[in-house]
Design a binder for this molecule. Structure first.
Ligand code: 13P
Ligand code: SF4
Length: 300
């Protein structure tokens, strides 16, 4: 393992590359990354970091977002088919049909969407800022794509807005049931339950806190409590256990594994740097339009 890590650092220097990793990546990949974070923090890093190449250890829409924000950089996704099923659930014709049906509504797209969908949306958001992005819009009606669970969560926080939901969902978070949640609560009654808003509404309703992956990590860091039930993908446990050896963590469900996030390994990162693959390529027109939606989000 040391040999492969040494080769990665050597090549990283040669290529003037930065490695970004999402909180759901396997521990070994998080360890070699220059920065680990949630979708929002990674987008900002991709834009601000001075380098020629970004190796994006995450899923396809995240690497695409990095390309939109930094078109002059070479963005590498180590595993070509590391996708997000939720992002593939909404298409440009879906957005067009919704706009036609609700002409007065603003289209807000969750960052878990393709560059093409971002290009036809009004503004983008992540799980960490969905409420503040939607609150800031003058429109009363909002078309929210593609995650119906995050949309439902936002609607509950902003009762003055009318949120039109789309039937997209995360195939990993949706697997967590209310029964499992009740059982987990019963098993560790003094633990705080922290969940991602991609979970079903009935699961989110039982939580002490709902937020993005980094917001969940921050909650633990700032809390006096000692036990936490974590209702998001198990990758976040890597950092949590390391930074908080005095605290105890319980994964809400053993089903909380995103298979696509687990495809990236040290070997694939090394191959990405050796062969400069797989490069994210987008047309100038898509970049320009999608940039508008992302830029608006970053300004809020
Ligand atoms: P975060 O924005 O919280 O990092 O989540 C991204 C994601 O894909 C959640 O499943
Ligand atoms: Fe997509 Fe869900 Fe995996 Fe996140 S956890 S990348 S939303 S499938």
């Amino acid at each position: 393992m040391k040999e492969i890590i040494d080769k990665i650092s050597e090549l990283k220097e040669q290529r003037n590359a930065t490695i970004l990793a999402h909180n759901y990546q396997i521990g070994e990949v998080q360890e070699i990354a220059d920065f680990v974070g949630d979708s929002f923090a990674l987008s900002k890093k991709a834009k601000e970091t001075a380098c020629d190449v970004i190796v994006f250890c995450g899923v396809h829409f995240m690497a695409e977002t990095a390309k939109i924000l930094s078109p002059q950089k070479t963005i590498l996704l180590p595993v070509r088919d590391a996708g997000c099923p939720m992002a593939d659930m909404v298409t440009v014709p879906d957005v067009e049909a919704l706009r036609k049906a609700h002409p007065d509504a603003a289209v807000v797209c969750y960052v878990n969407s393709s560059a093409e969908v971002k290009a036809v949306s009004d503004v983008c958001c992540t799980s960490s800022n969905a409420v503040s992005v939607i609150r800031s819009l003058p429109n009363h009606r909002i078309i929210f794509i593609p995650d119906e669970n995050l949309g439902d969560y936002v609607a509950r926080q902003l009762p003055d807005k009318e949120i039109i939901l789309f039937e997209g969902y995360c195939t990993t978070h949706k697997r967590v049931t209310l029964e499992e949640t009740d059982a987990a609560r019963k098993a560790v009654p003094d633990a705080k339950l922290l969940v991602h808003p991609e979970c079903r509404p009935e699961v989110v309703a039982k939580a002490d806190f709902a937020g993005s992956t980094s917001q969940i990590i921050d909650y633990v860091t700032n809390a006096e409590d000692r036990r936490f039930i974590i209702g998001t993908e198990q990758g976040v446990l890597h950092w949590l256990k390391q930074k908080h050896p005095d605290k105890k963590f319980y994964l809400l469900s053993q089903k909380l594994i995103c298979p696509n996030m687990k495809k990236t390994t040290l070997k694939t990162v090394l191959t990405a740097l050796e062969t400069m693959t797989y490069q994210i390529r987008l047309s100038e027109q898509i970049i320009e339009r999608a940039y508008g939606s992302l830029e608006k989000m970053l300004r809020i």
